[in-house]
Design a protein around this ligand. Structure first.
Ligand code: NAP
Length: 311
C-alpha cells in the first residue's frame, strides 16, 4: 500500500525547504524528497554574502542545514529519496522512487538547475581529471596551479575569484569581448592580480588522458580571427550557466523552450491544478537563494489555498 500525503515537495534547495517550513507551519505535514543533492546548489558554494540576516555571511551548507532544521521543527519530514517518476494524470497524484509509491493531493516542484557543460567529447572524458563544473567542490586540488575558467557571467566570475584562493593564476576564457557579469563582479576580476581574461576565445578541445595525469592543455579558437592555439593548464572550470532539472515533467507540464517550468503570472501555479513550482526550476532570471526562498513561500501558500478547496 502506498503512503498518502497532503503535500509532497520534490527538491531541497532554498525553495523546497522554505516551502517545507511554510507548509509545516500550516500543519500540512509536508514530505520533502531531498534528491541527489540534499540542500541543492548552495551546498556546493562557500560564503553566501547576500542572504539577508547574516551580516558576516554564512557558508552555503550551513544555511541549508539551518533552513532544514527550521522546517523539521514544525513537522516537515525529509527523506533522501530520488524521485524517478510522477503521474499527474489523476488525483491524488503519484510520485515514485524506485519501488516506493507515494500518493499526494498536491506537489511542490523545486528541483532546481544544474551546471551546463560545453558538450565536447574530450570534456566528458576528462571530467574529474582536470575538468570541473564546480570550483567550490574541486578548487582545493589546484593549489599553486594554473587554471582556466570558461564563461563571462556572474557564475564564471564567482568561480574565478574563488579559485584565486588556491591557484597561482586564473585565466578566464570568454567567447566575446565584454563580460556579462554584474559591475561589482567585474570589478573583482579587474582588481585581482591573479585573474586575467582571454577575450574572444572559445574552447575547441580539452587535451590530456585520464590515466596519465589528466588535463594538460586546452585548444582554443579566436572567435574573431578563427586562429587556433593551445593553452597549457592544470585545470579548467566551466562557469557557463545552468539548465533546469525538469526532465521528469517534460511531457506533462508546460515548459519554456529552455526547459523551465512555466507558472501563472505572480503565482507558483503550473498548468495542472494542485501542482506548483518554485525556485530555479521556474526562474532563469534571478536565480538567487533569497528569490528561491521567496518563491518556495509562495508555492506553500498556493498549495495551502488549493488544499482548502478540497476540504
Ligand atoms: P549567464 O549569466 O547566462 O552567463 C553565462 C556565461 O557563459 C555568459 O557569459 C555566456 O557567454 C557564457 N556561455 C554560455 N554558453 C556558453 C558556451 N557554450 N560556450 C562558451 N561560453 C558560454 O549565467 P550565470 O553566470 O550562471 O548567471 C545566471 C544568473 O545567476 C544571473 O542572473 C546572475 O546574475 C546570477 N548569479 C549571481 C551570482 C551572484 O550574485 N553572486 C552568482 C552566480 C549567478 P555570452 O556572454 O557570450 O552569452
Amino acid at each position: 500500500m502506498s503512503e498518502k500525503h497532503k503535500v509532497i515537495i520534490i527538491g531541497s534547495g532554498p525553495a523546497g525547504l522554505t516551502a517545507a517550513l511554510y507548509t509545516a507551519r500550516a500543519n500540512l505535514k509536508p514530505l520533502v524528497f531531498e534528491g541527489i543533492q540534499p540542500g541543492g546548489q548552495l551546498t556546493i558554494t562557500t560564503d553566501v554574502e547576500n542572504f539577508p540576516g547574516f551580516p558576516d555571511g554564512i557558508m552555503g551548507p550551513e544555511l541549508m542545514d539551518l533552513i532544514r532544521k527550521q522546517a523539521q521543527r514544525f513537522g516537515a519530514e525529509t527523506r533522501f529519496n530520488h524521485i524517478d517518476k510522477v503521474d499527474l494524470s489523476k488525483k491524488p497524484f503519484t510520485v515514485t522512487s524506485g519501488k516506493d509509491e507515494f500518493k499526494t493531493d498536491s506537489i511542490i516542484i523545486s528541483t532546481g538547475a544544474t551546471a551546463k557543460l560545453l558538450g565536447l567529447e574530450s570534456e566528458s572524458k576528462l571530467m574529474g581529471y582536470g575538468v570541473s563544473a564546480c570550483a567550490t567542490c574541486d578548487g582545493f586540488f589546484y593549489k599553486n596551479k594554473n587554471v582556466l575558467v570558461v564563461g563571462g557571467g556572474d557564475s564564471a566570475i564567482e568561480e574565478a575569484t574563488f579559485l584565486t584562493k588556491f591557484a597561482s593564476s586564473v585565466t578566464i576564457l570568454h567567447r566575446r569581448d565584454e563580460l556579462r557579469a554584474s559591475k561589482i563582479m567585474q570589478d573583482r576580476v579587474f582588481n585581482n592580480p591573479k585573474i586575467s581574461v582571454e577575450w574572444n576565445t572559445s574552447v575547441l578541445e580539452m587535451i590530456g588522458e585520464p590515466d596519465s595525469g589528466g588535463l594538460t592543455s586546452v585548444r582554443v579558437e579566436n572567435t574573431v580571427t578563427g586562429e587556433t592555439r593551445e593553452i597549457k593548464c592544470d585545470g579548467i572550470f566551466l562557469g557557463i550557466g545552468h539548465k533546469p532539472n525538469s526532465e521528469l515533467f517534460k511531457d506533462v507540464l508546460e515548459l519554456d523552450k529552455t526547459g523551465y517550468i512555466i507558472t501563472r503570472p505572480d503565482s507558483s501555479k503550473t498548468n495542472i491544478e494542485g501542482v506548483f513550482a518554485a525556485g530555479d526550476i521556474k526562474d532563469s532570471v534571478y536565480r538567487q537563494a533569497i528569490t528561491a526562498s521567496g518563491s518556495g513561500c509562495m508555492a506553500a501558500i498556493d498549495a495551502e489555498k488549493y488544499l482548502e478547496t478540497l476540504e
